[in-house]
Design a protein around this ligand. Structure first.
Ligand code: AMP
Ligand code: ZN
Length: 135
């Protein structure tokens, strides 16, 4: 994808703070980190999001995520790591090249949790069935 900034990072056309690379995946520091050490893991082959990436490349990305998450936590003395993926604009995706965020977390770091709702009676069954039917 000629205009994709992450494809440009893969090709070395724009700089990045590389953390890990193998034949199919790349991990590099997010330029505007939630915490220092916030890392992005991407497939080298362009795919826009979770809906487009091949099963094979997704499996490779996940293996790199697992590997790099451990290194992020250990090296920074973090107390945990969030992995997060935004898919499509209204889910917060800004860069349209699939990427998984690895965010080191620290006790008392003050990052607020997402709100939690409650299901109305019967709603959870109906929604679970709806999702299953779409598979
Ligand atoms: P998202 O909102 O999930 O699409 O996240 C895109 C992320 O990419 C943001 O957290 C940006 O800070 C990060 N980002 C954008 N451009 C670069 C870049 N050139 N190098 C590293 N990270 C970047
Ligand atoms: Zn791309």
């Amino acid at each position: 994808m000629p205009d994709c900034i992450f494809c440009k990072i893969v090709k070395g056309e724009i700089p990045s703070f590389k953390v890990y690379e193998d034949a199919d995946t790349l991990a590099f520091l997010d330029i505007n980190p939630i915490h220092p050490g916030h890392t992005l893991v991407i497939p080298k082959e362009h795919a826009e999001n979770i809906f487009e990436i091949s099963s094979e490349n997704w499996a490779k990305v996940q293996e790199t995520v697992r590997k790099v998450a451990g290194a992020v936590e250990k090296s920074l003395g973090a107390d945990g790591v969030n992995m997060l993926m935004n898919n499509r604009e209204h889910a917060g995706q800004i860069v349209d090249h699939a990427h998984v965020h690895l965010i080191p977390r620290f006790k008392g770091d003050g990052l607020n949790k997402w709100p939690h709702k409650e299901y109305k009676k019967g709603e959870a069954t109906a929604i679970a069935e709806k999702i299953t039917a779409a598979l």
